[in-house]
Design a protein around this ligand. Structure first.
Ligand code: C2E
Ligand code: MG
Ligand code: MG
Ligand code: MG
Length: 286
C-alpha cells in the first residue's frame, strides 16, 4: 500500500498490518491452488442492440468458486492476482476458455457474436501478447473478428507502448475496446491515435444519468465523440428503462447491464443465445 501511494517503501508492521499481510499471503496461496485446481469459472453478460433486441456480443467475466468462501467476485481477487503476478496464468486461462466457449457455441449453430475479454495490465505489458492471442485463436479455431479485447485508460498511460501494442493486436483482426471509459485520464487527442473500435461508457455515469445533469452531459458527450471519431459505443450498467431510453434518445444503440441480463453461466448464456432476440421492452428471465 505504502509503495502504491508513492510515499515510502518502509513499512513498520503493526499487529493489524501483520494480520493483513498474513491474509494476503493466505489469499496468494489460495490463488495458486485455485489455478491448479480449476476453481475459476467464466460467466457471460449479453450485450444488446436496443432497437432490435438482438444480442450483438457478450463479455466474459471471471468468478472464483472458492471451496470455503463460495463465489468470489473479480474485484476481490484480481488486485492481489496482479500484485503477485498470478494474474498472468489466470488471464491466459480466461482467454483460452472464452475463445473455446465462443467457438463451441458457434459450432453448435448459435448466432455468431464477438466475445469480450478483459485484459489485465500485466498482460497488456507483455511483449509477446500478440503471439499469445494468435496462438489461442489458432488453437481454438475462433475467427479473430469474434474476439474483442478490453483495455482500460490506465493501461494507455505509456502512450507509445499502448499504440504499438494496439497496432499489433489489430493486425490479428481482433477488436479492441476501452472499458470503463471516462473514469481515467486519457486525453482526447490520444484517443484519435489509438486504433480501438469501441468505447464502453463506465457504469458510474450511467447510474445517475436521470438525476445528475453532469453525468447526463458526460454520457451525451462521450456518445457524440464516438460518432465524430467513428467509434462504436456501448453503455455499461444499464439497469432501468429510463436509462435505456435516455441512451437511445442520445444515439447510443448498444447496452450491457442488469436491465437485460446479469452475467450468466455458460449453460444459461447458450440458451439465451438460442433465442432470436430478447424483447427490448422486457428484461430477460432465464
Ligand atoms: P468490467 O469489465 O467493467 O465489467 C462489468 C462489471 O459490471 C461486472 O462486474 C458486471 O457484473 C457488472 N455489471 C454489469 N451490469 C451491471 C449493472 O447493470 N449494474 C451493476 N451494478 N453492475 C453491473 P464483475 O463481474 O464483478 O467484474 C468487475 C471487474 O473485474 C470487471 O469490470 C473487470 O474490470 C474485472 N474483471 C472481470 N473479469 C475479469 C477477467 O477475466 N480478467 C481481468 N483482468 N479482469 C476481470
Ligand atoms: Mg470489461
Ligand atoms: Mg467496465
Ligand atoms: Mg473494470
Amino acid at each position: 500500500r505504502a509503495k502504491e501511494n508513492g510515499k515510502s517503501d518502509i513499512v513498520l508492521f503493526s499487529s493489524e498490518m501483520r494480520s493483513f499481510a498474513l491474509q494476503k499471503l493466505q489469499l496468494e496461496n489460495d490463488l495458486r491452488r485455485a489455478i491448479a485446481g480449476h476453481e475459476f469459472v467464466l460467466h457471460y453478460q449479453p450485450q444488446v442492440e436496443i432497437e432490435s433486441g438482438k444480442i450483438i456480443g457478450m463479455e466474459a467475466l471471471i468468478r472464483w468458486n472458492h471451496p470455503m468462501k463460495g463465489s468470489i467476485s473479480p474485484g476481490d481477487f484480481i488486485p492481489y492476482a496482479e500484485q503477485s503476478g498470478l494474474i498472468v496464468a489466470i488471464s491466459e486461462w480466461v482467454l483460452l476458455e472464452a475463445c473455446q466457449q465462443n467457438k463451441a457455441w458457434q459450432d453448435a449453430g448459435l448466432p455468431k457474436v464477438p466475445i469480450s475479454v478483459n485484459l489485465s495490465s500485466r498482460q497488456f505489458l507483455q511483449h509477446n501478447l500478440k503471439n499469445k492471442v494468435n496462438e489461442v485463436l489458432r488453437h481454438t479455431g475462433l475467427a479473430p473478428q469474434y474476439l474483442e479485447l478490453e483495455i482500460t485508460e490506465g493501461m494507455t498511460m505509456d502512450v507509445d507502448h499502448a499504440i504499438a501494442s494496439l497496432v499489433e493486436l489489430k493486425q490479428l483482426g481482433v477488436q479492441v475496446s476501452i472499458d470503463d471509459f471516462g473514469t481515467g485520464y486519457s486525453s482526447l487527442s490520444y484517443l484519435k491515435k489509438f486504433p480501438v473500435d469501441r468505447l464502453k461508457i463506465d457504469r458510474s455515469f450511467v447510474r445517475d444519468i436521470m438525476d445528475d445533469p453532469s453525468d447526463a452531459a458526460i454520457v451525451a458527450t462521450i456518445i457524440s465523440i464516438t460518432r465524430h471519431l467513428n467509434l462504436k459505443v456501448i453503455a455499461e450498467g444499464v439497469e432501468t428503462e429510463e436509462q435505456l431510453s435516455f441512451l437511445h434518445r442520445n444515439q447510443c444503440h448498444e447496452v450491457q447491464g442488469y436491465w437485460f441480463s446479469p452475467p450468466l453461466n455458460a449453460e444459461k448464456m447458450g440458451t439465451l443465445l438460442g433465442r432470436i432476440t430478447c424483447r427490448a421492452s422486457q428484461h430477460v428471465e432465464v
